[in-house]
Design a binder for this molecule. Structure first.
Ligand SMILES: *[C@@H]1O[C@H](CO)[C@@H](O)[C@H](O)[C@H]1NC(C)=O
Ligand SMILES: *[C@@H]1O[C@H](CO)[C@@H](O)[C@H](O)[C@H]1NC(C)=O
Ligand SMILES: *[C@@H]1O[C@H](CO)[C@@H](O)[C@H](O)[C@H]1NC(C)=O
Ligand SMILES: *[C@@H]1O[C@H](CO)[C@@H](O)[C@H](O)[C@H]1NC(C)=O
Ligand SMILES: *[C@@H]1O[C@H](CO)[C@@H](O)[C@H](O)[C@H]1NC(C)=O
Length: 549
């Protein structure tokens, strides 16, 4: 069928994907001007009510940021935030401090960040508590002090910082500077997971691709064989760029995205005309969710889902199920919803598997059946469906339909928490790295690593051992990298396990120890069948290094 259209479509998509995962799109954001002393320009004497004025400026800053097209407007935003911060607006101060810490708007000044955070902490800002904890934990700009870090995190968590809650959850799960305690870890992770599940239920959350610096961006995952790869990727790409938080940081993305939505609809309509059921289903999805190109319209969504479903398309069937389940454009009808979800689930569509599980779990229009709920949540979780993972965690945590397991529940909750909007730091950290702003990248990965992300732990270790960073003393680099490779290895990264072997073999950040090196290579070789580890081990056997010849 009309191969030429698909060829055009395919080449456009490939081009888009290449640009999507290379820094090209972001270059304009990264050519940032250095602005260091704007805070000095505030005319405080003219203000009668500092806080009030500060709030106005902060709101103005957000507005300019949302409309900003140019580098110049971004500078204006920064100035407004700076002024608002000087006027005592807490949110603006937090934004300023974050910018100074992570290097947003192209400026990083850890000393100034700490000064701001310290005064914010006195005002009870939990974000500031979290930041100070994180800086003490690494000894960045502050004294390395784990006891102090723990206190800051505890205050941060009590004040509602979800980052602190994840950090404490990870510490209690792994026994880092505290006694290992699964139940405590569970209570921290559950708090955050509840929030994340809520954002996914409102379909606001979109997982961010975490680029692994040790492998490069080529190995991007694609788990959906039942879809045209290109259409799925394109949609995913749009969804990722649509992440609400990224819109706040990179406002040019909004326009870019709007433009892309028009383009997507144009190509999907063409492909649908040519008979692509996936294209029909995605047009339905666009109208169901609504955007500038396809304004929310239940009837149009129904029409396109039906077209796709009549061709046996899983997304179309699932879409119809959703319309009947929520009564969008049609009266609520659980029997119809169940029928369509079942058909889509038979085709292996994870969202439909989740919906089926949810119907059995909540007893929507049918008898509650926890065994069946578990079965469908499990199936969907195997494809990474976030809500399915969350409900599985709930079932394990409460022993509903399955034998209670704290450990399994925590690991599942942790997976859900890691889908939170903070994961967007993976994008900004990656682009800062590509842009040569190593210190900015390092601080961002460091926070994510502290929060328990394995990929961030590996990336941070990788940056540390490259010795390109300036904000940590050189002699701290190897020991800290070793610690991070260790955490990543415990979380199941074979490459990190081999690295620990290497560090002991060569004596990086620790003393030379062939025996320990061999032990780690053995784990990597036996457990993960890692080729490099096998080779290293064979070499050591051959030369009788740390092991008998
Ligand atoms: C502050 O900015 C002004 C111009 O905006 C510049 O002339 C001055 O050198 C800067 N001061 C410092 C300490 O960077
Ligand atoms: C500060 O504001 C006051 C009152 O609005 C004004 O008279 C004064 O000229 C301003 N000073 C500067 C340096 O802008
Ligand atoms: C100052 O701002 C606060 C908070 O916005 C407001 O409640 C108060 O009335 C303002 N005071 C004056 C004198 O304008
Ligand atoms: C960083 O901030 C501190 C304190 O505000 C200031 O003294 C210092 O000059 C700043 N450094 C740079 C490079 O701007
Ligand atoms: C679609 O249906 C939902 C649920 O009934 C409703 O809230 C929404 O307003 C409808 N959309 C339009 C454009 O009518």
């Amino acid at each position: 069928m009309l191969p030429s259209i698909f060829l055009i479509l395919l080449s456009t998509l490939i081009l888009l994907l290449i640009t999507a995962f290379s820094p090209v799109i972001f270059i304009k954001h990264n050519k940032r001007q250095k602005e260091r002393n704007v805070t000095t320009q505030v005319n405080i004497s003219s203000r009668e009510n500092f806080t009030d004025e500060g709030d106005q400026l902060f709101k103005m800053g957000i507005k300019v940021l949302q409309q900003s097209k140019s580098q110049n407007k971004r500078r204006v935003t920064y100035l407004l935030f700076a002024k608002a911060a000087d006027m005592g607006n807490l949110k603006a101060m937090e934004k300023m401090a974050d910018a100074l810490l992570f290097g947003n708007f192209g400026m990083q000044n850890i000393t100034a960040a700490i000064q701001l955070y310290e005064s914010l902490a006195k005002e009870g800002s939990c974000k500031a508590q979290n930041a100070l904890g994180f800086l003490s934990s690494y000894g960045i700009g502050m004294e390395y002090d784990q006891a102090k870090a723990l206190i800051y995190y505890t205050f941060g968590s009590a004040g509602g910082s979800m980052m602190s809650q994840m950090i404490l959850g990870y510490r209690y799960l792994s026994g880092i500077n505290v006694l290992q305690n699964c139940e405590v870890a569970l209570s921290y992770y559950k708090k955050v997971a509840d929030y994340i599940a809520d954002t996914f239920e409102k379909s606001e959350g979109v997982p961010v691709e975490k680029v692994r610096l040790t492998e490069g961006p080529e190995n991007l995952s694609s788990n959906s064989e039942i879809l045209d790869w290109d259409i799925y990727q394109y949609y995913k790409f749009l969804a990722e760029r649509g992440d609400a938080q990224i819109q706040v940081m990179y406002t040019d993305e909004i326009e870019f995205l709007e433009h892309e939505n028009y383009k997507a609809l144009h190509y999907f309509l063409k492909a649908a005309k040519a008979g692509s059921a996936n294209a029909m289903a995605f047009i339905g999805k666009m109208y169901l969710e609504g955007n500038a190109a396809a304004p929310q319209n239940n009837a149009t969504a129904f029409k396109y889902f039906s077209m796709a479903a009549s061709k046996g398309n899983a997304i179309g069937l699932h879409g119809l199920g959703l319309l009947y389940f929520y009564g969008k454009g049609v009266p609520v009808n659980y029997a119809e919803a169940l029928k369509y979800f079942q058909k889509a689930a038979e085709k292996g569509w994870p969202d439909a598997e989740f919906q089926l599980g949810f119907m059995y779990y909540s007893g929507s229009g049918i008898w509650k059946d926890y065994k069946l709920a578990f079965k469908y949540f499990y199936l969907a979780s195997q494809s990474g469906q976030p809500l399915a993972i969350y409900y599985l965690a709930e079932m394990y945590a409460t022993g509903t339909g399955v034998v209670r397991s704290c450990r399994t529940a925590v690991e599942l909750y942790k997976g859900v928490c890691e889908l939170g909007h903070w994961a967007e730091k993976f994008l900004t950290a990656y682009f800062a790295y590509k842009d040569g702003d190593i210190d900015s990248s390092l601080v961002q990965y460091a926070l994510l690593a502290e929060m328990g992300y394995e990929v961030a732990q590996s990336n941070l270790a990788f940056i540390l051992e490259s010795k390109k960073a300036n904000i940590l003393e050189k002699e701290k680099m190897y020991p800290m990298a070793l610690l991070l490779w260790n955490r990543a290895a415990i979380q199941g990264n074979a490459f990190a396990r081999v690295k620990i072997g290497d560090y002991h073999y060569y004596g990086y950040g620790t003393k030379k120890d062939y025996h320990t090196a061999a032990t780690h290579y053995s784990i990597a070789a036996d457990k993960y069948h890692n080729a490099q580890a096998m080779f290293n081990l064979a070499y050591m056997y051959e030369h009788g290094l740390g092991i008998t010849k």
